[in-house]
Ligand binder design. Structure first.
Ligand code: ADP
Ligand code: GN1
Ligand code: MG
Length: 364
């Protein structure tokens, strides 16, 4: 659908409104994305406005992406990294009436997906996200500032959950009683994480932090992964964030929005593809402690997402957009079923991890 946006935004980037066509694009939860096509040249760009309720300091995103772009440009000039195109005044973002905008080139012949229909897609995505992790392994991640403080800090997410629990009405708590019980039951995931989180063999690394499949561009013809996009949460974190969110979002044929939880089962061959693709790049870099945490990464991320949805439900749905009143509760049920699937299939999954580590000859 064609849309119009503030002319000043266009002029900040040297475009004339009459010379471009703008259309809404993509399916993300957080930002607004537009495809901009220049009439005369046919050249295409992605124009996005940043959600400042989520990213309270968008300048930090721009700074982080620039630091990483400069590092990659210096050390790996061949690597395709989708950095921002500066405004005519040379700024990383255009700020118009308090709204932050950024422009990037549209990667030609690319396509993104919301769901995976072939384990090769999981392999390609894990390879690409793993490659970014690998190329940044020598980058000093402490230079990056947090674009969302405590984004993947399970301790903070757990506290936000218990705070929401205290404030929620009896009626809401009643509706979510079963899921609240499950969330409390799985607290041992947080306790386990706390037992090693300060280990020197569990370092902070520059992580993407949102490795869902829609953040990967594929070549329309070869179906090979081209590059990763959506760099808003590129900041210091643990490797479990990137590997774990791939498990969370690739293993099941249905997304977190599927309300029929009998459909939430895992696809073992996708698990193997993720682990193989990721180890292909990161196998030589992960520490022995990190290698022990490969399967745990999925449990951590799924549990965290479940309590994020549950917290939002208890808070009256203020963060995740919903299409119906109980959607965040349904998403919570969906994620707990997925988590249960990892535990139910633990033995098979552990065997696969060990097999992959052996094949990659990185077994510690
Ligand atoms: P959100 O934060 O809303 O998820 P994304 O940056 O992931 O925003 O962009 C949304 C969608 O727009 C992507 O899933 C992809 O389909 C498309 N997209 C974003 N950037 C590009 C790009 N540089 N080239 C081609 N497509 C892109
Ligand atoms: C949000 O922007 P999007 O839709 O890729 C969220 C992720 C969640 C995801 C759940 C900044 O991601 O952390 O995993 O929804 N991003 C932010 O669908 O909160
Ligand atoms: Mg996205």
């Amino acid at each position: 659908m064609e849309v119009e946006i503030n002319e000043t935004v266009l002029s900040e980037y040297g475009f004339k409104p009459a010379e471009v066509i703008l259309k809404s694009f993509g399916t993300g939860h957080i930002n607004s994305t537009f495809l901009l096509t220049q009439n005369n040249t046919g050249e295409q760009f992605i124009l996005q406005s940043i959600n400042i309720n989520v990213f309270r300091k968008p300048d930090i995103i721009a700074k982080n992406v620039k630091l990483v772009a400069d590092f990659l440009g210096e050390h790996y000039p061949e690597y395709l990294f989708v950095k921002a195109i500066p405004t005519v005044k040379g700024q990383e973002m255009a700020v118009v009436e308090g709204v932050y905008w950024r422009l990037t080139y549209f990667i030609s012949n690319s396509i993104s997906f919301d769901t995976l229909s072939d384990p090769m897609q999981a392999y390609e995505a894990a390879l690409q996200f793993g490659r970014l992790n690998k190329l940044l392994s020598a980058f000093d991640a402490s230079q990056l500032n947090e674009t969302i403080p405590g984004f993947h800090d399970l301790g903070l997410r757990y506290k936000q959950f218990t705070d929401a629990l205290e404030l929620a009405s009896e009626e809401i708590k009643q509706k979510a009683a079963n899921e609240i019980g499950i969330a409390l039951h799985y607290r041992f995931i947080l306790d386990y994480f706390n037992s090693f989180k300060n280990s020197t063999e569990f370092p902070d690394r520059a992580m993407h932090h949102d490795t869902k499949i829609s953040n990967m561009l594929f070549d329309k013809d070869s179906m090979k992964g081209i590059c990763v996009i959506d760099l808003d949460t590129l900041m210091a974190g643990k490797f479990i964030s990137d590997l774990g969110d791939m498990m969370r979002t690739y293993l099941c044929a249905y997304s977190e929005n599927e309300p029929d939880i009998s459909k939430i089962t895992i696809r073992i061959e996708y698990f193997e593809a993720i682990v193989n693709g990721y180890l292909h790049e990161m196998g030589a870099i992960l520490s022995p402690v990190e290698k022990e945490l490969i399967l745990f990464s999925g449990k951590y991320l799924i549990y965290m997402q479940a309590i994020r949805f549950l917290t939002d439900y208890l808070n009256g749905n203020i963060y995740y957009p919903i299409a119906y009143a109980e959607q965040n509760l349904d998403r919570t049920k969906n994620q707990f079923k997925l988590l249960n699937e990892l535990y139910e299939n633990e033995k098979i999954l552990v065997d696969i991890v060990n097999k992959c580590l052996k094949e990659h000859k990185y077994q510690s």
